[in-house]
Design a protein around this ligand. Structure first.
Ligand SMILES: C[S@@+](CC[C@H](N)C(=O)[O-])C[C@H]1O[C@@H](n2cnc3c(N)ncnc32)[C@H](O)[C@@H]1O
Length: 196
């Protein structure tokens, strides 16, 4: 990988089990952050910092990433990486805690882009929070939108609650006429939706 700091994030993710977003999804995310000129970004699921670095690479230099994770060890690793990548405290605000407690405290309509890369079971809750947090024309992106077994649920395979929640969020996005959505088949899938 060309970028040595991003490469470090992938090594640490593999070591710690933080499961970094794969590089094709990361490159698409950087593109989306650049295309929307996202200055104010919220991420749920800092992990070891791979997706955060992709976002920071696409955001304008004055952009600020607010990134939330319940796992302090993952976040401390990411903090060091962001700093080595030239995105220290001024550009990356790391908040340790459950997204269920942190997101409701963030400002309504204050963000250009919300990235969700955390517990799939909470995806419907995260969509509700993203609708509140985004400015008009803001973008929400869900990672792992194509994750899951190709086997249909049925007598031989019990429904997986995480996959059910991902399908539910896809249904919610499709049915919301205030959102313009696109499923990007990169990596394990990015579901992107613009709030009109
Ligand atoms: C797949 S990893 C994130 C990988 C990261 N986005 C990257 O590309 O490097 C998921 C992270 O979400 C965090 N997480 C899961 N559920 C959470 C929750 N409810 N609130 C905050 N963090 C959560 C985990 O601690 C873990 O670090």
């Amino acid at each position: 990988m060309e970028d040595p700091v991003i490469a470090e994030a992938y090594e640490a993710g593999a070591r710690t089990g933080a499961t970094p977003m794969d590089t094709t999804a990361g490159a698409a995310l950087r593109f989306l952050a650049a295309a929307t000129r996202a200055r104010s970004v919220v991420e749920v699921g800092t992990g070891c910092g791979a997706s955060g670095l992709w976002l920071l690479r696409g955001m304008p230099p004055e952009g600020i990433l607010t990134t939330v994770d319940a796992n302090g060890a993952h976040q401390e690793f990411a903090r060091g990486l962001f700093s080595r990548a030239g995105a220290g405290a001024g550009r990356a605000r790391l908040i340790r805690g459950s997204a269920h407690e942190v997101l409701p405290r963030l400002t309504d309509g204050g963000y250009d882009l919300v990235l969700i890369d955390a517990d799939a079971l909470s995806y419907p809750f995260y969509l509700d929070e993203a609708r509140r947090l985004l400015r008009p024309n803001g973008l929400v992106v869900f990672h792992n939108a194509m994750a899951g077994s190709p086997e249909p649920d049925g007598p031989l395979r019990a429904p997986d609650p995480g996959e059910t929640a991902v399908r539910e969020v896809i249904r919610m996005v499709r049915e919301d006429e205030s959102l313009i959505a696109l499923l990007l088949p990169v990596g394990s899938g990015l579901l992107a939706a613009i709030r009109s």
